[in-house]
Ligand binder design. Structure first.
Ligand code: ADP
Ligand code: MG
Length: 598
């Protein structure tokens, strides 16, 4: 029998679509406050928003008569006809949010318009109005949502831990605070005020305050046509995309197209990770489709290529002028014959079960390693990475005991030189080796951290001057998941309040800079990964070693010797944790051949 659903059932079903988690409720309420023209918005949550959410604004308020109407499905003051859909300038327009939230919670709204003498207090339980009274209150609107999903147990099960739900909400408010820098945002979590922005209209101030990790090296302003904002220099990348905030017409969006445009703007200069960027993009409302997802996070551009090019041009313009590296150079090496190289080496790798030693021997038989007119040596770190990524060195575990190769004799190597502040040249009887200092460092750090973690090393070396590390609120709120790991790996680090941590001791094999980079990278990555089993820790350490290794750190000969002996001590000295080689070999034969001597 087909029945028309009772409207309360229908509301509950529909609510599930819009309101999936506490953060979705907060998002809708904050957007309503922004649409209401608020100059100040207070967001308060308890237990990750599960038991309590309060959003208070000083916006236009709602009249006594219309208070209930706002909770009807498809009740909205923002559009009235189909034609309006093509010109949406407000954040909300479906008239669904209040209906959906109230259907799955105990909701109280207190609101007053400036022109009214008294306000109204409306209470709804599971979407039914329980009471409606006149009340004295400030201009603006407060919505309190208690016991979210109390009547939808299935939905409740999908909520994450309080800390995780809180982290998502805090992150969301940080993002809105950047986008709407003219609005004062206050964020309160479990009775503690986490931050208050000053609403002075300058997004950079908000970024500096709320995202110290994004802005730590300063950001380069971008201003070009419809694109405004800030981007990081190519060297200051983050481990995750959390430093990338994209706003289209005041709406926080995720968009693979914008990510791509941003990345292309750097023209291959990103060594690893993701550049931080805060981009405000203006588009004609009729050129975008925001209606493809109930949460509205995804956005589709109708003129994709144009938008991508505009973004990448804007970013290039900012990054290239500032960094002062001639474009021609970057363009030239972009055309390096990586395809050919990939295919060659990969085929070799797939068709033969090569030992590591043979693998190294074989590498040098390949054309690309022989300087000639048509083929250039890889010139930069990022170029190297692109070329080598697909080549995976056989992992230790995959090598059959019977075929176990003789270990490479590091002791036979003689130091010959150091070029581009990156590559160490070594030689044995008839072969030349080029070591990548950064890849080697990453390997060494990775193995030491893994050992430290597995054995609970706890042997920090005190630093002369204690230093602090600042993280954003969302990362801070997750510190329970990463602080202990760092201590276990040999840090003396302690919560210093106010989103900072004080470091008094570091792992003995690192410099202060390296230790700081690693800890920062680890915190960021752990905040995102969630949970901490062995596999996750391994990945986190692998990722964070990159943050520890600084490009173009010049080594002394003594440091080079130390590096070589530490590398020799590694279980797998042949590749960095990501699979790129730590060193390559060129035989005297090949050198002679390229001079046409053979
Ligand atoms: P939508 O935002 O899509 O219009 P909502 O269900 O979120 O739908 O809100 C319904 C209506 O309630 C809005 O159109 C607006 O008129 C009113 N409203 C909601 N929140 C506020 C607020 N904080 N201040 C003033 N009016 C509000
Ligand atoms: Mg709304």
């Amino acid at each position: 029998m087909i029945k028309v659903l009772d409207s309360f059932v229908a509301d509950k079903i529909a609510a599930g679509e819009v309101i999936e988690r506490p953060v979705s409720a907060v998002k809708e309420l904050v957007e309503n406050s922004i649409d209401a023209g608020a100059a100040s918005i207070i967001v308060e949550i308890r237990n990750g928003g599960k038991s309590y959410i309060r959003v208070t604004d000083d916006g236009c308020g709602i009249s006594f008569d219309e208070a209930e109407t706002a909770f009807l499905r498809h009740a909205t003051s923002k559009i009235s006809s189909i034609a309006d859909l093509d010109n949406i300038v407000s954040l909300g327009f479906r008239g669904e949010a209040l209906a959906s939230i109230s259907a799955v919670s105990r909701l109280t709204m207190v609101t007053r318009r400036a022109e009214d003498m008294s306000g109204v207090k409306l209470v709804l339980h599971g979407g039914r109005v329980v009471s409606k009274d006149r009340t004295g209150c400030n201009t603006g609107t407060t919505v309190i949502v208690e016991d979210l999903f109390y009547n939808t147990p299935a939905r409740r099960k999908f909520m994450k831990t309080d800390a995780r739900e809180a982290s998502s909400i805090i992150e969301l408010i940080q993002q809105y605070a950047v986008c709407y820098a003219g609005i004062r945002f206050m964020m309160i979590n479990n009775g503690m005020t986490l931050f208050t922005t000053n609403g002075d209209g300058d997004p950079y101030n908000v970024v500096r305050m709320l995202y110290p990790n994004i802005a730590r090296n300063g950001l380069i302003p971008v201003e070009n046509g419809h694109i405004k904002g800030y981007v990081a220099d190519p060297g200051s990348t983050m481990n995750t995309r959390k430093g990338q905030l994209f706003f289209v017409n005041g709406r926080l969006v995720s968009s693979a197209l914008i990510e791509k445009g941003l990345e292309e703007g750097y023209q291959g200069r990103i060594f690893s990770g993701f550049p931080a960027a805060v981009l405000f993009i203006e588009a004609e409302p009729c050129d975008i489709d925001v209606n493809i997802h109930p949460g509205k996070q995804e956005i589709r551009f109708l003129k994709q290529d144009e938008v991508k090019k505009e973004i990448s041009d804007a970013v290039s313009y900012a990054v290239m002028t500032d960094a002062g590296i001639p474009k021609g150079f970057v363009k030239n090496i972009e055309k390096a014959p990586e395809k050919q190289l990939n295919v060659d080496v990969q085929q070799k790798d797939e068709t033969e079960q090569t030992s590591i030693r043979d693998f190294l021997k074989n590498l040098d038989r390949h054309e690309p390693y022989v300087p000639s007119e048509s083929v250039e040596m890889p010139a930069t770190a990022e170029e190297k990475e692109e070329i080598y990524t697909p080549v995976s060195m056989p992992a230790q575990a995959e090598i059959q005991p019977a075929q176990k190769p003789a270990p490479f004799e590091f002791s036979d190597l003689v130091f010959k030189g150091y070029v581009f502040n990156t590559y160490i040249i070594m030689q044995d009887s008839d072969e030349l080796y080029i070591f990548d200092q950064h890849a080697a460092h990453e390997r060494i750090f990775y193995e030491k951290f893994m050992r430290g973690y597995n054995n609970s090393a706890h042997s920090p070396q005190p630093v002369l001057t204690a230093f602090t590390i600042s993280v954003s609120n969302d990362v801070y709120s997750m510190s329970g998941e990463w602080l202990g790991d760092l201590i276990r790996m040999g840090y003396d680090i302690e919560d210093f309040g106010d989103c900072t941590f004080i470091v008094r001791g570091i792992p003995p094999y690192m410099t202060v800079d390296e230790a700081e980079g690693f800890a920062r990278g680890y915190a960021e990555a752990a905040g995102e990964a969630g949970g901490s089993n062995k596999v996750v820790i391994d990945k986190l350490i692998m990722k964070s070693c990159k943050s520890a290794v600084k490009a173009h750190d010049v080594l002394s000969e003594q440091e080079i010797n130390d590096l070589m002996s530490e590398l020799a001590d590694c279980d797998n000295p042949y590749s960095c944790p990501h699979g790129r080689p730590t060193f390559i070999r060129i035989s005297s034969y090949d050198i002679e051949r390229s001079f046409r001597r053979k």
